[in-house]
Design a protein around this ligand. Structure first.
Ligand code: NAD
Length: 347
């Protein structure tokens, strides 16, 4: 399996393979950069079709964490780990204990948190073996569920986008389509509703739709049509890939501001957004509230004031990205990447 010549190897500082035959642990911990601090990023527990696919995921996700953490101006580098879901029977506690020991052996180079397929209970098991874990539910510095902070960051960035386009950040009378009413999406809807926006929502979960209809006066629309609503703002808050060559021509919103990771189906669709006059707020900048919350825990002393200061910074970064993008005629994604790359170089 190619590592150094892998297409997604991006000068990673280290790629660690952990194996424990007793528990069936097979993990890849990719450390992209520790220039700004310990490499931080979640652990993904997933069924991969091959070891190569797992490595590709770890390499790409860890680089993305370097960019996200740098754009949020956090004292953290970028890393990510993937655990290959074992074939057949396995003991989850033994597996996560072995994984915790593997993280511990790295001595703080990598700090983990939750990602897809991993629960707070799994984090507690990891914590029984190492201190290099964040996003815990209990303990002195525990930061708990990051979703409310993610929603707050998206809300503030969205308002900066509204101000850029419409001249002020007043949301009363604005129409907003929200795709996905999960932990982040629903909290975002509550904020938008409180600010006077009219909501259009879609989800695959009827219960949450009913709640949004009753409590937030939201209009429920089909999941296949949510992106195509006649609205001012579209917020992808479900899975990745909402912005594709198929969906973009149907989008009528002027602003895209959502929490979902990897909203662009591929980087090649970015010019299509430009061509259609749609302003896109880069996902990894906008949804950094969660990692900001985790960073507060990593510092050892969770502080609401520190989180608030970083959220103010997030909003300022979004405003700066919009200003530079307009001034220089380059895409918002290009500006965001440039900010992150400059900070990664500087350390
Ligand atoms: P979640 O699982 O709580 O919510 C996702 C919601 O999307 C669910 O309600 C689900 O039913 C719905 N959904 C799934 N498929 C859908 C479809 N085709 N159409 C409409 N709705 C659909 O997840 P979350 O924690 O709210 O995260 C949402 C997104 O934001 C994810 O992409 C996640 O990676 C990203 N994100 C989350 C955080 C965080 O703090 N939770 C931080 C950064 C990024």
């Amino acid at each position: 399996m190619a590592v150094f010549s892998h297409a997604d190897f991006a000068d990673h500082e280290g790629v660690y393979f952990a194996h424990d035959p007793e528990s069936n642990l097979r993990a890849i911990i990719a450390v992209h950069s520790t220039v700004r601090g310990p490499a931080a990023g979640g652990t993904r527990f997933w069924r991969y079709e091959s070891d190569e696919a797992a490595l590709t995921d770890a390499l790409r996700l860890s680089k993305a964490m370097s960019y996200k953490n740098a754009a949020a101006d956090l004292p953290l580098g970028g890393g990510k780990a993937v655990l290959i879901y074992p074939e057949g029977e396995f003991d989850r506690v033994s597996l996560f204990e072995a994984y915790g020991r593997a993280i511990d052996r790295l001595g703080g180079t990598y700090i983990t948190a939750e990602d897809v397929g991993v629960s707070p209970e799994d984090m507690d098991i990891i914590h029984s073996q190492t201190k290099y874990v964040a996003g815990l539910s209990a303990g002195e510095a525990a930061s708990g569920d990051p979703s409310p902070v993610t929603a707050e960051g998206v809300f503030r960035g969205l308002k900066a986008g509204v101000k850029h386009i419409w001249g002020n950040d007043d949301l009363s009378g604005k129409t907003v389509a929200v795709q996905g009413l999960g932990h982040v999406g629903y909290a975002l809807c509550e904020k938008l509703h409180a600010a006077g926006a009219k909501l259009f929502v879609a989800d695959i979960n009827d219960e949450v739709l009913e709640r949004a209809k009753m409590s937030l006066n939201a209009t429920v629309v089909d999941i296949h049509d949510i992106h195509a609503q006649e609205v001012d703002v579209f917020c992808p808050c479900a899975l990745g890939g909402a912005l594709s060559a198929q969906t973009i021509p149907e989008i009528k919103a002027k602003l895209i501001a959502g929490a979902a990771n990897n909203q662009l189906a591929s980087p090649e669709v970015m010019p299509l957004l430009e061509k259609n006059g749609i302003t896109y707020l880069p996902d990894y900048v906008l949804n950094a509230g969660g990692i900001i919350n985790v960073a507060a825990e990593v510092s050892g002393k969770y502080s609401l004031e520190w989180v608030e200061q970083k959220l103010v910074g997030l909003e300022a970064t979004i405003s700066e990205i919009l200003k530079v993008s307009e001034g220089e005629g380059v895409t918002t994604l290009q500006v965001a990447n440039r900010i992150a790359e400059e900070r990664l170089k500087r350390g």
